[in-house]
Write a protein that binds this ligand. Sequence first.
Ligand code: GTR
Length: 436
Amino acid sequence: MPIYMRYRVLMIGFALSTTLASGSARAQAPRIPSNEDESKAGDYALPDPLVLQNGSKVNDAETWIRKRRPEIVRLFETNMHGRSPGRPEGESFDVFDTDAHALGGTAIRKQITIRFDDRKESPKIDVLMYLPEKAEKPVPLVLVLSFLGNEKLAPDPAIRLSTVWDRKTMTKRRADESSRAKKNAYELDQVLARGYGIATLCYTDIEPDFPGGTAYGVRPLFFKPGQTAPAADEWGAIAAWGWGLSRVMDYLETDQDVDAKRVAIVGYSRLGKTVLWAGARDTRFAMVIAGGSGEGGAALSRRNYGETLKHIKANFPYWFCANYQQFADRPADLPVDSHMLISLIAPRPLYLATAEDDRWADPRGEFLAAVAAEPVYRLLGARGLETTDMPPLNRPILHTIGFHYRPGKHAVTTYEWDRYLDFIDMHFSKRSAREN
Ligand code: GTR
């Protein structure tokens, strides 16, 4: 039995709010000890995002864009997430459902299947989208990478029932009529009410989330003849999930009702890690919203607090490329850290959500990474957090980088969605677009 299956699994998310973005279960209590004492988080020096590998300083936006940014992308590809392929030649979009009067006449519903080749057995992504009927088109869009099947967004009988890979039993589970949401998810109502579209897809359409899941996902579509596993610097599962988001963007660019220049990607937990990397690589995403992303996401790996690279190596090695594993006991040797991941998103808006009891995800480590990425935001004319003091609970900071620290556990609550939408309003609304 894989190690991660032996851990106590804690149900989260639903108690606080119905949500697509929250993980439904979370592996806990790794046997490797973890530190939750701030005084033992350790001393470390972070690589300077504004110094080129040849030692020269980056003083202007041009040098950042032309030289340093591509250098950092390569460092992440080689050492952490692995290289991903581009858009597949055989990619196709099948808009198999459109309803101009969905949700009681308030929304336009579309469902799209994205295919990567014409083989029936190949993985494909089903995207569900609702756009506010009255809003002037094209509308900005919130693209949610979800743990759940699309039928969990609304009790709309026209939603195609999903087939989701269960990561505990490592089997495919076909949803039935009883799987449908009993009421609209909070985020669906709120996003539409503020005049944005929402689209969602389940991450296991791209690749299941368990060791050996590679075989059932998109990565083998790109194997060279005779290849049976990704090379040490080729994409891990998180990169594959992020690649799937880019394929959804390929579709969005063809949809006249959607403003592809105003798409925010949203993910929580491992899917928070995913949206960070997806947004870092693919600059078509105008905004990244990552909640509880923790280790391998926004939290600094050099801090010994909560989950560390050691835990990731023991529990979820397949999330990253094989080269990453060598740093498990020596994070200081990793040529990158999470502040550099954040800097790759600059100057685009980035929001980080953290929670007091989510010590496993190291909220302070996420805050400090945002602080350390600020010089890059500033160089590009955007606003970082503009403080080096962790904000108190429930005092969100909303600049080009946004951050909140709320009481409670690792979960997506209504507090997250309300803040996300304030942040989206700030950057995507017509007025703010004119001001910028
Ligand atoms: C935990 C894992 C975290 C986080 C979380 C989740 O078990 O240690 O890195 O990603 O799962 O995705 O729910």
